[in-house]
Design a protein. Structure first.
Length: 255
């Protein structure tokens, strides 16, 4: 065998080895390969090992794992004309790699932009008190709105969470005053309710004393006994009999 034939054989083997290397592709468990053959979608391959035609097929790798999207602070004007800065965090993943590559140019950037727009639109339809108090329902509404847009792209939105709501300084002071007024109102209601219950009990006691004079006299003696413990007090009562009885009780208790 001549040197030319040997060189040709070596070159052929090298070319075959290169073609085999270029033909064999391996995708991880969380990856898919979108295959284009001469510019046309040929299918989605993976996970594992598969073959392509070198120089004819082109593949685009797509990660199917859940991704985190930080929505930057958006200035939102609520329905009651209050400006607030709100940011959120969104978790999503690709469910159909072929649609994610074919239907939209950059599904990551497109999802980020539609998330910002949806956040402003949904929150702008609500008043400030609603945004502060019912975040869970607003998160659900934002998620449903996003899914209606991203589903044709083969993308599923898993979680939407409003992370922070920044209020203007004057609004923070107003909310603090409102909370203080609410606490004072509750305190006044509790105090009034206590006074009402006490007066009701006193009325019941007055009716009982009126029906049973002996009980009223015993209550009077008990009061005098408590007063007698304070030696610097002078007790004056109306009526001779009551005064004599009172002074006798006081002296007896004083001794």
């Amino acid at each position: 065998m001549s040197l030319i034939e040997i060189a040709a054989a070596v070159i052929l083997l090298v070319v075959l080895a290169v073609l085999i290397i270029l033909s064999v592709k391996v995708m991880r468990q969380y990856e898919r390969a979108v295959v284009f053959r001469l510019g046309r979608l040929d299918g989605v391959k993976g996970p594992g090992i598969f073959l392509i035609i070198p120089f004819i097929d082109r593949i685009v790798r797509v990660d199917l794992r859940v991704r985190q999207l930080d929505v930057p602070k958006q200035t939102i004007v609520t329905r009651d004309n209050i400006s607030v800065d709100v940011d959120a965090i969104i978790y999503y993943h690709v469910t159909n790699a072929g649609l994610a590559i074919v239907k939209v140019e950059d599904y990551e950037a497109a999802t980020a932009l539609i998330a910002q727009t949806t956040l402003r639109d949904v929150l702008g339809q609500n008043e400030l008190d609603t945004i502060l108090s019912v975040r869970d329902s607003l998160n659900q509404k934002i998620q449903e709105t996003l899914e209606s847009v991203t589903e044709p792209w083969g993308i599923q939105v898993d979680i939407v969470t409003i992370r922070d709501i920044s209020l203007p300084e004057n609004m923070l002071r107003a909310i603090a005053r409102q909370a203080e007024a609410e606490r004072e109102k509750r305190a006044r209601i509790i105090l009034a309710d206590g006074e009402y219950q006490a007066s009701a009990r006193m009325c019941e006691a007055a009716d009982l004393y009126e029906k049973t004079p002996v009980a009223l006299k015993l209550r009077e003696f008990q009061t005098l006994s408590e007063i007698a413990k304070e030696r610097n007090l002078i007790v004056v009562t109306n009526g001779t009999d009551t005064l004599g009885t009172t002074l006798g009780c006081v002296k007896a208790l004083d001794r």
